[in-house]
Design a binder for this molecule. Structure first.
Ligand code: NAD
Length: 485
């Protein structure tokens, strides 16, 4: 079993609490993966103090110098890709192929923001008068707090951390307790890459106790959070008290529309990948399929076949296509959602059971599940499940499909499968979502493009990812200079 500590002042920092907790392999609960400190208020305060002390010197470096550290970290991460991916799979459960893709994403993110460091700057603006210079400077904010979920334990910290650091901020990160190893590894690698002590700090522990300190400490001037709506909403209230800058990215109930003219094999394949890939534990996973009634039967049959053909098992085993739920609570939550849907009149078309064959009984495995007869009012059509459960809703027209798709209080990702260019463009125009995919899976993002939700999926004031990510992590100062005198 591995042992990790908090990372404060550029070194491992055990918690004076002396209390620890373990993560266990979701594919085989008999295996302890790593031990962590159960930090207390004082640890989080130390992380913030360390970040505050490191701020002036880090902010005083040029963005190009900061970018060099990120580029070096990218190289170091890449060299350890295989080892990190295996650890990610052991701790979080996704398949090795999925974990490898995620680590590669972190590699690319650090490379991207390392390169972007050469472009960070302000703007010159024409002045009304001659011999006057009017320009803006992009400046860091100070200590930034990051709170991240377990489902992308390296990609999400990376996509917040890289723009935060390149802009000159210092950071205190609280990763989710289900899978903190990747955040600890990132801290080690960044330190090895030359990040000065105190610039990046990691504090591990219970959400309310540790995350609560980051949310309320006045030294934390901005917070980027990704997680559930209920927690994000609470953290936002705490930040609002002191008007700290806030970026909250939360859950979705992502629709894929299957229109009557769609290639139904393609549609079934896209929905299966977007609904069951990553065990459905992606914020952009397809959880509602809205299908025109004329193709409902044929499409549903194809989707069921896809679900039944998926090989479920431990993510480290060759050929496995879907891993376990991250823990017993998530597994039970998924099964409860299915049971509740059946009580409301939905029909379980395939799946719905925990898998307990042989050694799989030691893990949190379940069958990929498809629910039919779902109506838009049912909970299964409105509440995030965060597991491999797809609800099929029948509609009579494109207009009705669009209405149903928009009739939820979240809007993260949305997909449509059609050959009709006009409908695809109308969908892109009218769907209430931050990301729209046409003939593509609802999951999967380009790191160079903006990402974020609308409605209750996000505070929607700043986007994550892409070059625009620096907007959240920096502020502009406007300078007027008269050289006619
Ligand atoms: P969660 O809200 O339970 O936890 C997120 C983080 O908040 C964790 O680090 C947790 O320890 C911390 N936390 C918990 N209580 C806290 C409190 N009172 N104060 C401060 N911090 C606290 O979410 P999760 O289960 O880790 O992740 C799953 C959720 O994340 C899903 O809803 C999913 O849709 C969402 N998500 C969204 C995106 C996105 O980009 N929009 C990406 C991935 C996941």
């Amino acid at each position: 079993m591995l042992t990790y500590s908090n990372w404060i002042q550029g070194a491992a920092a055990p918690s004076p609490s002396g209390k620890t907790f373990e993560t266990r392999n979701p594919a085989d609960n008999r295996e302890a993966v790593a031990s962590y400190p159960l930090s207390e208020r004082g640890d989080a305060e130390n992380a913030i103090a360390s970040a505050a002390a490191a701020f002036p010197a880090w902010a005083g470096q040029t963005s190009v110098a900061r970018g060099r550290v990120l580029s070096k970290a990218s190289t170091l991460l890449e060299a350890r890709k295989a080892q990190l991916a295996e650890l990610l799979t052991r701790e979080e459960g996704k398949t090795l192929a999925e974990a490898t893709g995620e680590v590669q994403r972190a590699v690319d993110i650090f490379r991207f923001f390392g390169g972007l460091s050469y472009t960070l700057g302000g703007q010159t603006i024409p002045h009304d008068l001659p011999q006057n210079l009017l320009y803006t400077r992009r400046e860091p904010l100070g200590v930034v707090g990051l709170i991240t979920p377990w489902n992308f334990p390296i990609a999400i910290p990376a996509w917040k951390l890289a723009p935060a650091l390149v802009c000159g901020n210092t950071v205190a990160l609280k990763p989710a307790s289900q899978a903190p190893a990747m955040a600890c590894e990132l801290a080690r690698i960044l330190t090895e890459a030359g990040l000065p002590p105190g610039v990046f700090n990691v504090v591990i522990g219970e959400g309310r106790a540790v995350g609560g300190v980051l949310a309320t400490d006045p030294r934390v001037v901005a917070m980027s959070f990704t997680g559930s709506h209920s927690v994000g909403h609470g953290v936002y209230q705490q930040l609002a008290q002191r008007m700290a800058r806030a970026q909250m990215e939360m859950g979705g109930k992502n629709p894929t529309l299957v229109l009557a003219d769609a290639d139904l094999d393609l549609a079934a394949s896209l929905v299966s990948r977007a609904g069951f890939g990553l065990t459905g534990q992606a914020c952009t996973a397809t959880s509602r399929v809205i299908v025109e009634r004329s193709v409902l039967a044929v499409f549903t049959e194809k989707l069921i076949a896809k679900a039944q053909a998926l090989k479920v098992g431990p993510g480290l085993q060759a050929g496995v296509e879907m891993g376990p739920a991250v823990n017993a609570q998530e597994l039970q939550g998924n099964l409860d959602h299915i049971e509740g849907a059946v009580r409301e009149g939905a029909k379980l078309l395939t799946g719905g059971q925990r898998i307990t064959d042989g050694d799989l009984r030691h893990g949190f495995f379940m069958q990929p599940s498809v629910m039919g007869n779902v109506t838009p009012e049912m909970k299964i059509a409105r509440e995030e499940v965060f597991g491999p459960v797809v609800a099929v809703i029948a509609v009579d027209s494109f207009d009705e499909a669009l209405r149903v798709a928009n009739d939820v209080n979240v809007g993260l990702s949305a997909s449509v499968v059609t050959r009709d260019f006009r409908k695809a463009l109308l969908y892109a125009e009218r769907i209430q979502a931050g990301v729209v995919k046409v003939n593509q899976i609802s999951t999967g993002l380009a790191l160079q493009a903006p990402f974020g939700g609308v409605k209750q999926s996000s505070t929607d004031s700043f986007k994550e990812q892409g070059a625009g990510a620096v907007e959240f992590y920096s502020k502009l100062k406007t300078i007027y200079l008269d050289y006619s005198v």
